[in-house]
Every structure is written in structure tokens, then in C-alpha cells.
Ligand binder design. Structure first.
Ligand code: WT7
Length: 668
């Protein structure tokens, strides 16, 4: 066995300097790093002043009972007031908060901050009338319509923690979340538009209610937005429980005085999958979380709220939607785009058309989307004028250097810095990212922790690894937007995040990373995915990036499969770019394309990483948030029956892959 923690395989020499005009007017400059390091609490107190507090805090951080933190102790504030009312009071009520675009063509709505304030107040009053009190949990199961944001802010306004469940989740997933947090009310819609068709939501709520009732837990009320107008059927309405949004919200008073809550009052619970079947309810509280969102959204995107038009393509059902659609951007008073549908409806260039039409200047999306556009080819975005863009962001997975360069070049016209932002549901806000006006860009690197955040890469013992080596990515100091616990399970919180490096008091949530020769960080994916080939611990990410750097490849997923000689062997699943699709038809073992790709990895990384097997596939299995499900690919690579596919975005993908493989490819 080699004693390395994680091998450092790829080198990348491309560098992009910050544009001069951006650097000259940057919100944060290089001095912030030192200032924050010298006095982190002082720095965070300064960031907390971005918000309007009802009562100022008397202590920035209470870390006397780690890993349970309290931030801005004694401070009181209202999150919805900070996201809406204060902008109206400052005379910006007529400013557009949300340019909403429905999926059906022409279905749009502009909502000003003043209108948003009225709508949030009405919804808050309606929730109170439905019996929701401070501290009660409210579940939100909605498509990407303005009511999703209104519902979240209405909950925040009355101190009722929300739990947003992604609209693509099944009734089972909804039921387990409702039960876990004992939600009193569910806010949903009849349906939403996806890929050109109305798809129902309300029936899943009915099913979920039946499921929770069978375990003895009853949801009291279901508040239903009419979005599609689809027929709910006779069985689909229960007068004792179901209430139309337009019946109770539209007529409610637009006057509602927001109450100030303790900085540590629960703001929301966001469920994220765990290693056991039971999802973890990540708890975020009010003050520290909002400080983290407002500060990072301002610093990392170099936000100029007066002029920028911002667009984050995430769903509000994920933490990215919470922090970078709702709480960060609205606390900062920016104008943003909210889009209901998928990128290819009604045609493949829909996103680029929206950027052109609304002159979007900051655009934040995920590597999985970028790679799918690479696959389609640049002709589609090239049809649009996207010169309004000035900053591009990436989140959710490591971005392969080639995807980064394509994003910068094709979407950003080579003018725009790309910020690769590393964070998690648990961290609440961005932790590691370049600052676009300060840090130069290295394709594939999230660079260094932002000012105020402390991260390290450590070995098994918790000792920092030297530059040029890989290891475990840890956060070494508490931060304001950190999760406070797992809902109802303090012990699981301690065990899951704080036990691996208990002696050092480090937070560890499962990612591997390397430090390059300059000390910059390259996140290498989940350590659970690390392969052990002949005693070398190889990350999947670097081999995937080597494959994606081949001009014919759009996307790649790598897994380790049992191997008699080497312990594990590298198996790769590859999607070709559309223009080379013909080569996929004849892509068995020993074919030209497979040999070519093997040779390419050998050249880029070395013989140790050369895939034993490469399978050309039409699709990859992904979760609904776009993460590749390597577990299923390991099943294929090890010729096992395919495991649980219920969390796949598209369950037919595994069939496609298996069919494609029956065409003759086999192990060497
Ligand atoms: C995991 C967290 C962050 C909000 C959306 C996902 C991976 C996220 C990056 C990045 C490499 C990344 C990590 C992390 N991840 N951003 N820029 N580079 N990996 O939130 O579902 O809680 O997932 O996503 O593995 O641990 P999440």
C-alpha cells in the first residue's frame, strides 16, 4: 500500500487574470483575506451590518459548546423584512425583484419589491389564519413559480421554519420529510410545466398525506396554488384540508408587521441524502445564515445591485435556490430572473434567449448543465448576443477544466471570470471560490477559501498535507451560515460531521481535495468514490476531466471495479459530443474510439489511470440535482444487478446504458 492519501494526477497550466475594469471596481480586494484572518469575528460582524437588525447582537460567536454554535447572540431580526420591506422603505419599491418566466412561451410576470412585500404579507396573514404559529413547520412543494419564493418568505416572516421539497420528488420522499419535521401545513400547486407539458403535483401530496396518516401523523392543511388549471378529480379535493391559494391569499390584507426573531431562530430545514436511507434534515437558523448568504452573494459575484441582472438556474427545492435565489439576492436587493422550465423547452437555446432578452449580467449554473450544452455544440448559444454577461458561476460538482474553458469562452465570450464555488447544503453558503476581481482563474480549481472562511486539506491524522498532495477537505473554524444540527438528531450531527477529526475540532463532510503547487484547492469529489488501483488512491474527478479534455468527449463518469490484479480497476462511461455520435455506433472494446480515449488518458495522466474498460453510453445516471450516481455505474462495471434507482432523475437511463453495452463490449 502506498501511504498517499489521494494521488495528484492532473496538471493544468491555463490561467485567466481578472479583467482590469472588474478588478478596479471590485467589491472586495486582496486586503480582505488578511483582515479576515487577523480577526474573523470582527470581519463577520462587519458583514452582519449588511442586514437590518431589530436588536443588535452582544456577542458575535458563542463556541463554548462545540460543535453547537450560536452566532450574533442576543441579536434579533426578521429575514423577510431584510429581503423585502427594507428595500421598499429605502425607496426602491418600484424596482423589479423577479423577472419570472414560465415555461409556456409568453407566460411572464415582473414583480417589483413593493408587490413582493404585499404578496408576502398577504401570504403571511393567510398562513396565520390557517393556524400556523411561530415555530410550526410548513412544507413547500411547488414548481418554479413566484409563489414558491413568496411562500418561503411568508414562513420566514412569521417565524415558521419551512422545508422545501423539490417538486420532482415522489410522494414517498415527501411523506418521509413531512413526518420527520411534523409539518402542519403543505403549500403546493395543482401542477407545473415541464418539458412542454403540465405535470401534476397535488396528487402526490394526497398520496403523501395518506402515507403519513397511516403512521399516525396528520397534516392539517394543504394550500394549493392554481398554476396549470388541470382537473384534480373528485378524489383530488378534501374540503376539510385543501384550500385554494387564490381564495385565502389574494383576499388577505397586505399589511403585516414583521416580528423580530432571535438570531438563532430556526429558518428552515433542508433534507439531504445520507449514507443510511433516512434523509438528514439540515437545520439553518436566521441571523448567521442570512449574513452568510448576503455577504457571499455580494463578494463572490461582485454584485452591483443597482445595475446587475442576476440569474441562478437552480431549483428552489435545493439549497442553492434557498441561498442564491431567495435569501442572498433578495437581501441584497438585486433584480433577478426566475425560470420555470427546462433549458430545452420549447427549443434548445431557451436559456441563451433569456440571457439576451433580459440582459443577464451574472449567471450561476451547474457543471452538468454546461457539459450538456458542450455536447449539443456551440452553434446554439452562438445564435444569441450574450455580451451583457460579466460573471459566470459554477456549483454542485467539480467542473472539469475543459468544461470551464468552454463556459468561459462560448458563453462568456472570453470576457467573464468563472467562479467555481464549493459549498454544501450543510455549509449554507459559499466557502471556497475565487473572488472575480481579485483571484486569477485556474480551470477546475475552486482556488482558496473566501475571506472569513478557514479550510485545509489534511491526511488521515488530520495533519495538513503539503502543496502538491491530496487529502480530506475540512473546515477548521466555525462560520455563521453553518448548519446548527440535524433536525431532531443532535447525535447524528456530531457523528456525521465532527467525529472524523474530533481531536482537531474540524468539520468534515466527505470531500477529497488536493492542494496544487501554489496551495490552491482542487475539489476531487466524494472520498467514498475514491478508487484504489494498485495501492494508489485515485479520485474519479481527475480521470473524468482527462477524458472530457478529449475533443470528442462531452461527459465522463469513472468508477472503480473489482480487479484481480490491481484491487480495483478504472472503468469509464463516456458520452460523445453530438458531432461524433456516429463513432458511438461502433464503439465496442478494441474499437478506434476506445483505444483513442485510453491513449489520451495515458498521455494526460499516466499508465496508472488508464481505464481498463471504456463504455460509450448515450446518457449517465444522475440524481435530480444533477450529480452522477456512481453507485449504479459500479453495479454495471462489476456485472451486478443494478441497485436502487428511485432517486434517478430519469429511471430509463440505466436501461439505455445496459442496452448499449449488450452490443459487444467486454472486459479485456
Ligand atoms: C457537494 C454538496 C453546493 C450547493 C449545491 C450542492 C459537491 C458542490 C462543488 C464545487 C466540486 C462541488 C461536493 C459537495 N460540490 N460544489 N464547486 N466543486 N464539488 O449541495 O447537494 O449539499 O452537495 O457537492 O461534493 O460536498 P449539496
Amino acid at each position: 500500500m502506498s501511504d498517499e492519501t489521494l494521488s495528484n494526477l492532473l496538471t493544468e497550466d491555463r490561467r485567466f487574470e481578472p479583467p482590469a475594469d472588474l478588478a478596479a471596481a471590485a467589491n472586495l480586494t486582496a486586503e480582505a483575506y488578511d483582515r479576515a484572518a487577523a480577526d474573523p469575528e470582527g470581519f463577520w460582524a462587519e458583514q452582519a451590518d449588511r442586514l437590518t437588525w431589530d436588536t443588535r447582537w452582544d456577542q458575535v460567536l458563542d463556541w463554548s459548546n462545540p460543535p453547537f454554535s450560536k452566532w450574533f447572540v442576543g441579536g434579533r431580526l426578521n429575514a423577510a423584512y431584510n429581503c423585502v420591506d427594507r428595500h421598499v422603505e429605502a425607496g426602491r419599491g418600484d424596482k423589479v425583484a423577479i423577472h419570472w418566466i414560465g415555461e409556456p412561451a409568453g407566460d411572464t410576470r415582473d414583480i417589483t419589491y413593493a408587490e413582493l412585500k404585499d404578496e408576502v404579507s398577504r401570504a403571511a396573514n393567510a398562513l396565520i389564519d390557517l393556524g400556523v404559529a411561530t415555530g410550526d413547520r410548513v412544507a413547500i412543494y411547488l414548481p418554479m413559480i413566484p409563489e414558491a419564493i413568496v411562500a418561503m418568505l411568508a414562513c420566514a416572516r412569521i417565524g415558521a421554519p419551512h422545508t422545501v421539497v423539490f417538486g420532482g420528488f415522489s410522494s414517498d420522499a415527501l411523506a418521509s420529510r413531512l413526518t420527520d419535521c411534523q409539518a402542519k401545513v403543505v403549500i403546493t400547486a395543482d401542477g407545473g410545466y415541464r418539458r412542454g407539458a403540465a405535470s401534476a403535483l397535488k396528487p402526490a401530496v394526497d398520496e403523501a398525506r395518506a402515507k403519513t396518516a397511516a403512521t399516525g401523523f396528520e397534516v392539517e392543511k394543504v394550500l394549493v396554488v392554481r398554476r396549470t388549471g388541470q382537473d384534480l378529480g373528485e378524489q383530488g379535493w378534501d374540503d376539510a384540508v385543501d384550500v385554494w391559494w387564490h381564495d385565502v391569499v389574494d383576499g388577505a390584507s397586505p399589511e403585516h408587521t414583521p416580528e423580530a426573531f432571535d438570531a438563532e431562530h430556526p429558518l428552515y430545514v433542508m433534507y439531504t441524502s445520507g449514507t443510511t436511507g433516512k434523509p438528514k434534515g439540515i437545520l439553518h437558523t436566521t441571523g448567521g445564515y442570512l449574513v452568510g448568504c448576503a455577504y457571499t452573494h455580494w463578494a463572490v459575484f461582485d454584485l452591483k445591485p443597482e445595475t446587475d441582472v442576476y440569474w441562478c438556474t437552480a431549483d428552489v427545492g435545493w439549497v442553492t435556490g434557498h441561498s442564491y435565489i431567495v435569501y442572498g439576492p433578495l437581501a441584497n436587493g438585486v433584480t433577478q430572473v426566475l425560470y420555470e422550465g427546462t433549458p430545452e423547452t420549447p427549443e434548445k437555446g431557451r436559456w441563451w434567449q433569456i440571457i439576451e432578452d433580459l440582459k443577464v449580467s451574472i449567471f450561476y449554473t451547474a457543471p452538468t448543465a454546461i457539459r450538456s450544452f458542450m455536447k449539443q455544440g456551440r452553434e446554439i448559444p452562438d445564435r444569441r448576443d450574450m455580451s451583457s454577461l460579466r460573471i459566470l458561476g459554477s456549483v454542485g460538482e467539480p467542473i472539469n477544466p475543459e468544461a470551464y474553458v468552454w463556459y468561459r469562452h462560448v458563453i462568456g465570450g472570453d470576457r467573464t471570470p468563472v467562479v467555481d464555488t464549493w459549498w454544501q447544503t450543510e455549509t449554507g453558503s459559499i466557502m471556497i471560490s475565487p473572488l472575480p476581481g481579485v483571484t486569477h482563474g485556474k480551470p477546475g480549481s475552486a482556488m482558496i477559501p473566501i475571506p472569513g472562511v478557514s479550510a485545509e486539506v489534511v491526511d488521515e491524522e488530520g495533519t495538513p498535507v503539503p502543496n502538491g498532495s491530496g487529502g480530506y477537505l475540512v473546515l477548521t473554524q466555525p462560520w455563521p451560515s453553518m448548519l446548527r444540527t440535524i433536525w431532531g438528531d443532535d447525535q447524528r450531527y456530531v457523528d456525521t460531521y465532527w467525529s472524523r477529526f474530533r481531536k482537531q475540532g474540524y468539520y468534515f463532510a466527505g470531500d477529497g481535495s488536493k492542494k496544487d503547487s501554489d496551495g490552491d484547492l482542487w475539489v476531487l469529489g466524494r472520498v467514498d468514490d475514491v478508487m484504489n488501483v494498485s495501492g494508489h488512491r485515485l479520485s474519479t474527478t481527475e480521470i473524468e476531466s482527462a477524458l472530457v479534455s478529449h475533443p470528442k468527449v462531452a461527459e465522463a463518469a469513472v468508477v472503480g471495479a473489482k480487479d484481480e490484479d490491481t484491487g480495483q480497476a478504472v472503468c469509464a462511461f463516456v458520452i460523445l459530443r453530438d458531432e461524433f455520435r456516429d463513432e458511438a455506433d461502433d464503439a465496442g472494446e478494441g474499437s478506434d474510439i476506445v483505444a483513442e480515449l485510453r491513449g489520451h488518458v495515458r498521455k494526460e495522466i499516466g499508465p496508472i489511470a488508464t481505464p481498463r474498460q471504456i463504455m460509450i453510453v448515450p446518457e449517465l445516471p444522475k440524481t435530480r440535482s444533477g450529480k452522477i450516481m456512481r453507485r449504479l455505474l459500479r453495479d454495471v462495471a462489476e456485472h451486478r444487478e443494478i441497485g436502487d434507482v428511485t432517486t434517478l432523475a430519469d429511471s430509463s437511463v440505466m436501461e439505455l446504458i445496459s442496452q448499449g453495452l449488450s452490443g459487444g463490449s467486454s472486459d479485456d
